[in-house]
Design a protein around this ligand. Structure first.
Ligand code: PAN
Ligand code: ZN
Length: 194
């Protein structure tokens, strides 16, 4: 881990950081219970495709530090739902996060424990502020291009994946006649993984 100030490049076309510490790959098998179409999910599990990747610069997970890196959601669908990240609340719920979109076309799906929800559009040059308390999931709404975002959030934030794994998000993003549509998740609150 670097002990002096540093800089790095995010170059087109892939925007992979010129220096990084962790490369995380998430396959379909990491998303059990999150996609609505269970049959489509099971059929694709033979190949267990790579859905998204994260490149992280490692920093101490303490207050005052900023964790940062790149998230790449590959194009595709499971049933008629677009590829997406697991999504999470931060363990320290009152933690915000900044996303800056570098490439592609996406939606950030967000919700609070109190039942509010929001969807913001991501496209190159677009900055998104995820407020403290809001769970967030990035969805790639292009079937051709990667969705690539730069993120930065406080070092002590932590991740709570369990809540979303158990209840899902209130809204799903589906391909409806070639257009992305925001629909209610009929299984919201129903545990698939318990
Ligand atoms: C991002 C996400 C990244 C991958 O760094 O961690 O996009 O998504 P999941 O963590 O939901 O798998 C972030 O929001 N960090 O807090
Ligand atoms: Zn986050």
């Amino acid at each position: 881990m670097k002990q002096i100030p540093y800089s790095f490049d995010l170059n087109q076309p892939d925007f992979i950081p010129s220096t990084y510490d962790n490369h995380i790959k998430r396959h379909l098998s990491a998303m059990k219970g999150q996609y609505l179409d269970q049959q489509a999910f099971d059929a694709m599990m033979n190949d267990d495709p790579l859905l998204y990747e994260v490149y992280e610069l490692q920093r101490p997970t303490v207050e005052g530090e900023l964790l940062h890196g790149i998230s790449i959601v590959h194009p595709g669908k499971v049933g008629n739902e677009f590829n997406m990240t697991k999504g999470h609340f931060h363990e320290v719920l009152d933690t915000g996060e900044i996303y800056y979109c570098l490439k592609g076309h996406g939606y950030m799906v967000m919700e609070t424990p109190e039942g509010e929800w929001a969807v913001e559009v991501l496209y190159p040059g677009r900055v998104l502020y995820v407020l403290p308390r809001w769970a967030h999931r990035s969805v790639n709404i292009s079937l051709q291009e990667d969705l690539i975002t730069f993120f930065v959030y406080p070092g002590d934030a932590g991740h709570d994946y369990g809540t979303i794994e158990q209840q899902g998000f209130r809204k799903l993003i589906i391909d409806k006649d070639g257009e992305p549509a925001i629909v209610d998740n009929p299984r919201w609150g129903v545990s698939e993984t318990a």
